[in-house]
Design a protein around this ligand. Structure first.
Ligand code: HEM
Length: 404
């Protein structure tokens, strides 16, 4: 496990599916037996939401997840059951004034988010059982970066329009994005209110907000999306993430780019397909996530395998074929998506993927938009791209390298 000074960080692969391992440890009694050391490290990284509700009497309170560290915790630690995205614009005056406003907003967010994530958040609404287990990330959008001449990766750019897009501008883009992740809706809501108030007082103007959710999952399992499929299985391991997700050595090394898409899903329409057909649409089995060419969930889908009649086992229009890194020079993205529920006619996926270069998303989405068998069941309704800043060290402020 790779660790950084200041925050104990989790490998990318584990981060995507990280509900499970720590719960297995808890179930085995390893925490009580070991008390400190390796097991305590595991707890520092992992999700304790269910342990708090099912076994809280037997366990010490879960430690806070450190806010400070080389990389922002919201892109690193296990996904949690609740997320909240909050987008802001900055008023456009002079570049010098706007840069000062951005400094103030980033300073205010650093204070609020680090305090809310600490062992002892002062707000009584966050003083329930144990710590908040809050993780967060803050990113800046391409338009703001260009306007203020910020030091962001050269690859940071808005996405092009895609075939079939039905984007709502009022729910898209923005100069600044915060993503909060927490073990419960209450924490996400309270911290969103605190962060929103602080950012607004420092000069930012609210643009849109979006809540998301994930199911609690059993140990070592991948959460499912609203179509019932496991989502987040094939994510890069640490080495691949260093190559494809995090920036190259230099000022952007501990930063990454988040591509966000709010995708409405026709849940009833997909559910009406026969099970076999659903499996062919995805290229994996709904029950267990196993690729149609494999025997275990984490087997690599073999997109070249053929049936005796010469047809592909994973069909030409299957989602895992069209998203396969094999079609894309091995390029990977780290997917940490959430579901959303904004009423019976508006449910779907908050697709959240981290990558060094958002052109990787563009290449994949161009294939999906015209050929993916999933596409008839989807509508892309909102979109945003931000540069996720490197983390703040103890005593430091988010975004310090933006001015270099
Ligand atoms: C609501 C829309 C979507 C749904 C329901 C969905 C669902 C899935 C499922 C079930 C898998 C297989 C399990 C896994 O590896 O996680 C998967 C894999 C994947 N999806 Fe999606 N997905 C959606 C949108 C997208 C979009 C928009 C992109 C990127 C443009 C994308 C990129 C990928 C990638 C890269 C993989 C892994 C491929 C591999 O390495 O095998 N997905 N998706």
């Amino acid at each position: 496990m790779s660790t950084e000074p200041g925050n104990t960080q989790q490998p990318a692969g584990l981060a995507a599916t990280g509900f499970g391992r720590r719960r297995a440890l808890l179930a085995a009694g390893a925490v009580l037996a070991a008390g400190i050391g390796a097991a305590a490290d595991e707890l520092t990284n992992g999700d304790r939401a269910s342990s708090r509700s099912t076994a809280s009497n037997a366990l010490p309170p879960a430690p806070a997840i450190p806010f400070h560290g080389a990389r922002q915790a919201g892109a690193m630690f296990s996904q949690q059951p609740a997320t909240q995205l909050i987008s802001f614009d900055l008023p456009q005056t002079s570049a010098a004034t706007d840069r000062e406003t951005l400094r103030k907003v980033l300073g205010a967010l650093t204070r609020v988010l680090s305090t809310a994530a600490s062992e002892t958040p002062p707000d009584p609404r966050l003083q329930g059982a144990g710590t908040t287990r809050l993780t967060s990330l803050v990113g800046v959008g391409p338009a703001l970066a260009a306007r203020l001449g910020l030091n962001v990766p050269a690859e940071l750019a808005d996405l092009p329009p895609f075939h079939g897009d039905r984007l709502d501008p009022a729910r898209s883009n923005g100069d600044l994005l915060i993503q909060l992740c927490a073990s419960d809706r209450w924490t996400a809501t309270v911290v969103a209110e605190l962060a929103g108030t602080a950012a607004h007082a420092a000069g930012a103007v609210p643009r849109w907000t979006q809540s998301g959710l994930l199911p609690h999952t059993a140990p070592d399992t991948t959460p499912r999306n609203l179509f019932g499929f496991k989502d987040g299985t094939a994510n890069p391991d640490d080495a691949a993430a260093e190559q494809w997700v995090w920036g190259p050595p230099g000022p952007h090394h501990n930063g990454t780019v988040l591509v966000y898409r709010r995708i409405r899903m026709d849940v009833a329409g997909f559910a009406a397909l026969p099970k076999e057909r659903q499996n062919l649409v995805i290229g994996r089995q709904a029950d267990n996530g196993v690729p149609l060419t494999g025997t275990a969930e984490h087997d690599d889908p073999d997109i070249y395998a053929k049936n005796p009649d010469g047809s592909y086992v994973i069909p030409a229009t299957a989602h895992v074929r069209l998203t396969s890194p094999r079609l894309d020079g091995g390029a990977r993205m780290l997917r940490r998506s959430y579901s959303y529920d904004d009423g019976p006619d508006d449910r779907g996926l908050l697709f959240c993927a981290f990558m060094r270069d958002p052109a990787a998303f563009t290449r994949v989405q161009n294939r999906l938009a015209t050929r993916d068998a999933l596409t008839p069941f989807l509508e892309h309704r909102a979109s945003a791209v931000v540069y996720v800043l490197p983390g703040a060290t103890q005593g430091g402020t988010l975004g310090e390298k933006l001015w270099e």
